[in-house]
Design a protein around this ligand. Structure first.
Ligand code: HEC
Ligand code: HEC
Length: 281
């Protein structure tokens, strides 16, 4: 694996267009982090939780201080070079170690994949085969102009992963527990519309019920259909628009059914069903 964490993170932060209020919070969090760094070495057990909260401040500085860069390295997994990682047996433990390497998955998705920032989807509890497929789809196939699923950050992240790394990462995140996000619907009509589409589709335009494939509780169906419940609504909305128009800068041409389905939906319908789906249990 060849992570270029600094470059990736800078580019990612630029994309986030963090406004000043968020910056202030992060500054605060950053100083909190510094002061707790000493404690953290002793309070080893608390590290996993702290690190999830700290993932943004780690990513904040455009030119991180040298000691801040060291601090990004999680204490709970050994830091290994690529040769050592490739020598590990394929499986969840190798996935965990890869995820915890400096600048790797944990910085955005948290170490267990239970992300807290809506732009970064939750991976915890997602189906293994689906995660594996996505990581392959983020890679640019030989001879292809671009990846089937375009996202600059993830295209960069996936590029250096071997098949064994991908299998291991999928196994690790699939075995972790997701903390579901609460439903975010604030208007009754939107909720009704979302519910109607999720369970019944829209017959007049051949839009199928989402529940047919994603399951009545949104938990998906192992191997083929991803979990959508408990995911961030804004992320789901972005994916539906990505499927609908794969020419978008972050388009997604990695599933024919979803590309067809999303083309039959208006922006309002997409928002309504995304909001509903996130909260369905
Ligand atoms: C700098 C932040 C960042 C890092 C580091 C990162 N990701 Fe991501 N990841 C994202 C974002 C943002 C998306 C959503 C992309 C989109 O909008 O299509 C994503 C999407 C994904 C998805 C698709 C999820 C879904 O529901 O379809 C998978 C799988 C994934 N990442 C795995 C990983 C793995 C494994 C690593 C470490 C090797 C990693 N990510 C590192 C930001 C990151
Ligand atoms: C015929 C089966 C089928 C139906 C019906 C269906 N989906 Fe999907 N959906 C899929 C599959 C398969 C994927 C995974 C695509 C891939 O491999 O990238 C998916 C992926 C998604 C994703 C991306 C999830 C992620 O983590 O990135 C969203 C969002 C989604 N579907 C929403 C919907 C909505 C909303 C509906 C109803 C209007 C719907 N789907 C109906 C099969 C279906």
């Amino acid at each position: 694996m060849q992570f270029k964490p600094q470059k990736m993170l800078i580019c990612y932060i630029k994309k986030l267009k963090i406004h000043s209020r968020k910056k202030k919070t992060m500054k605060r969090m950053h100083s909190y982090w510094l002061s707790s760094a000493v404690v953290a070495t002793i309070a080893f057990a608390g590290f996993a939780i702290a690190q999830q909260k700290m993932s943004m401040p780690d990513a904040t500085p455009v030119a991180p201080a040298p000691d801040a860069a060291v601090a990004v390295a999680p204490a709970s997994a050994p830091q290994l070079d690529n040769a050592a990682i490739q020598a590990l047996p394929i499986g969840a433990e190798r996935g965990r170690i890869i995820a915890m390497q400096p600048g790797a998955c944990f910085t955005c998705h948290s170490g267990t994949g239970d992300s807290v920032i809506p732009a970064n989807p939750k991976l915890a509890g997602q189906h293994e085969a689906y995660l594996e497929k996505q990581l392959h789809d983020f890679k640019v196939a030989e001879g292809a102009e671009k990846a089937m699923r375009v996202n600059t950050t993830m295209n960069g992240m996936a590029a250096g992963l071997s098949d064994g790394d991908i299998k291991s990462l999928a196994a690790w995140f699939a075995s972790q527990k997701q903390t579901p996000v609460p439903a975010q619907i604030d208007a009754r009509e939107m909720s009704d519309l979302g519910k109607k589409i999720f369970f019944g589709g829209v017959a007049s335009k051949g839009l199928p019920a989402c529940a047919a494939c994603h399951g009545p509780t949104g938990a998906g169906i192992a191997a083929k259909y991803p979990r959508v419940s408990g995911q961030f609504a804004s992320y789901l909305e972005k994916q539906l628009k990505g499927f609908r128009d794969d020419k978008l800068p972050e388009g997604r041409a990695n599933n024919e059914a979803m590309m067809q389905i999303s083309k039959r939906m208006t922006d309002t319908e997409i928002k309504a069903v995304a909001d509903y789906m996130a909260g369905v249990r």
